[in-house]
Design a protein around this ligand. Structure first.
Ligand code: MSP
Length: 511
């Protein structure tokens, strides 16, 4: 039976232009989505923008625009970035769309009818940047625990009876040990719950930029309840009401940054439990990027611009760098210098040069035509085995979100191929033993082909380009016994990753 998976990025706030941190979550999801497709899954993959709330309202005012105009502009930037990053999403949702308003209102009524909403009064410290209330004892040095400036506010608001979900949530985590990834984040959530869960304020009256509460339009729906519900909107709710029977909803994987695990693994799960919808399968969280060793900020002028990286190096290179450089889950440092270093040493010199070496040799000394050899030497067999030992570990590594290790295995396989060529020296056999020369080239090409197929989720463009040079129609389905066709006639050879000799490249966001 065909497996289904629904992969989601968080939806991005529209208060600032997209930077490399946003690009990261989206790239990670795309790599995983392409991998799952390769493994034969039916994949639904969504992303989008989170457009309501006080923060957006304020940014719009500061910019002399209406919130809708402002949201339209920034949302377009996020949407336009997707083809630039080569993202294969199926949907792009905006929380200002009518399909979403309908879902949120419906979902609210469901919560209300189930008896989980009541009207009360909220008093506390509000962190506008993170759109969340905190109590006095949660503040750290006068700021919210998420680092934002806070203002004391009091307002009538509707509450969600979060407190009654304490035991149910803990039981859910216990029965689904892989629900929160990595385990360190799970422990944080569990200890947060154990400190005591208060009911959650889920409406606001101090601003109007949001979805109005059904039957009480003075209130707008809390931006996180609004935003989290996007996942149901994308999955066709409420028309497709019985999500528990929907094949994609059985296997929802939310990829999120570490700072928003709580919203997905706790609030979202409780909301869903309240209306009787099955919680997601997994919340997978990643760490944060610093830029050149510091937090990215406009004032420091160190906001790394994904558009510029793609323009100069191509989207494959950005995707490769981000997945390889950061050990998934941990924080990492994005720097132009290390980017260029990895690009040149791995993509240009190691992989690109290997492909180019073998292809031009076949073109030049075999008229571009090569066939499977009848016999293999022990060295050939040993080479096949050593590459297989590496690449057979790749699917499991991807399932564990060990993206960097996945690429490490492929890099090591490329090194093995380069070593094989250096030892076998086919160029010395041009006259003396052409058959053996061809056997070496075919053996090398077949292994590059296998490696390249596994590079596909991360570097789809280069992968497809290479396979087209072999005159093969690219089809990306995982096959442990992948083989190159017996007879290959090369097409036009193209350089996959030209070397970068100039590091005087502007990569920072200008506005
Ligand atoms: N709108 C909410 C999410 C609602 S989902 C129902 C939000 N938006 S955000 O724009 O602030 O962040 C979106 C994603 O970008 C998060 O996963 C966040 O971790 C990621 N990143 C933003 N800056 C980042 C870095 N510097 N590094 C890595 N990722 C970071 O939260």
């Amino acid at each position: 039976m065909k497996k289904y998976i629904f992969i989601t990025t968080p939806i991005y706030y529209v208060n600032a232009k997209p930077h490399i941190g946003h690009a990261y979550t989206t790239i990670v999801c795309d790599v995983y989505a392409r991998f799952c497709k390769m493994m034969g899954y039916n994949v639904k993959f969504s992303t989008g923008t989170d457009e309501h709330g006080k923060k957006v309202e304020q940014s719009a005012i500061n910019n002399g625009q209406t919130p809708q105009q402002f949201a339209d502009e920034i949302s377009t930037l996020f949407k336009d970035l997707l083809p630039i990053l080569n993202i294969s999403n199926d949907d792009f949702i905006r929380t200002t769309e009518s399909r979403h308003t309908k879902t949120v209102k419906y979902f609210w009524k469901k919560l209300l009818d189930a008896g989980y909403i009541y009207l009360g009064q909220y008093e506390g410290w509000y962190d506008i940047r993170n759109e969340a209330y905190f109590s006095e004892n949660e503040l750290i040095d006068g700021k919210s625990p998420l680092g934002g400036e806070v203002t004391y506010m009091t307002e009538p608001c509707y509450f969600f009876k979060l407190s009654v979900f304490r035991d149910k949530l803990l039981k859910y985590y216990e029965e689904h040990p892989d629900f929160i990834f990595p385990i360190s984040r799970k422990n944080e959530i569990i200890s947060f719950i154990k400190q005591g869960l208060s009911d959650l304020a889920i409406s606001r009256t101090t601003f109007s930029w949001g979805i109005s509460v059904p039957n009480d339009p003075k209130h707008v729906v809390y931006v996180w309840l609004d935003a989290l519900t996007n996942y149901l909107t994308v999955n066709g709710y409420p028309e497709n009401e019985d999500q528990n029977e929907d094949p994609y909803w059985q296997n929802v994987v939310h990829f999120v940054g570490k700072e928003i695990v709580r919203f997905h693994a706790l609030y979202w799960v409780a909301f869903l439990m309240a209306v009787g919808i099955k919680p997601p399968k997994q919340v997978v969280s990643h760490g944060w990027w610093l830029s050149e060793g510091q937090k990215m900020s406009k004032s420091l002028g160190n906001v790394q611009d994904p558009y510029k990286y793609c323009k100069v190096f191509g989207s494959d290179a950005l995707r490769y760098y981000m997945l390889r450089e950061l050990s998934f889950g941990a924080d990492g440092n994005f720097s132009k210098e290390s980017f260029i270093k990895r690009y040149n040493s791995v993509l240009a010199d190691s992989y690109g040069n290997l492909c180019n070496r073998v292809l031009t040799f076949i073109q030049k000394y075999c008229d571009g035509v090569i066939s499977r050899p009848e016999t293999l030497t022990n060295d050939d067999t040993a080479f096949y085995t050593s590459v297989l030992e590496e690449i057979n570990l790749c699917p499991q590594l991807m399932h564990e979100y060990s993206f960097s290790k996945y690429l490490e295995k492929l890099e090591h396989s490329i090194t093995l191929a380069n070593q094989y060529l250096d030892i076998q020296k086919p160029w010395t056999l041009k006259v003396s033993n052409k058959n053996r020369m061809k056997a070496i080239l075919y053996t090398c090409l077949e292994n590059i082909y296998k490696i390249t197929k596994l590079l596909y989720p991360v570097m789809p463009i280069a992968s497809e380009k290479f396979i087209r040079i072999l005159n093969i129609e690219p089809e990306f389905k995982y096959n442990q016994n992948e083989k190159l066709p017996n007879n290959i006639t090369l097409g036009k050879i193209k350089i996959l990753f030209p070397k970068i000799n100039n590091d005087d490249i502007d990569v920072y966001t200008t506005v």
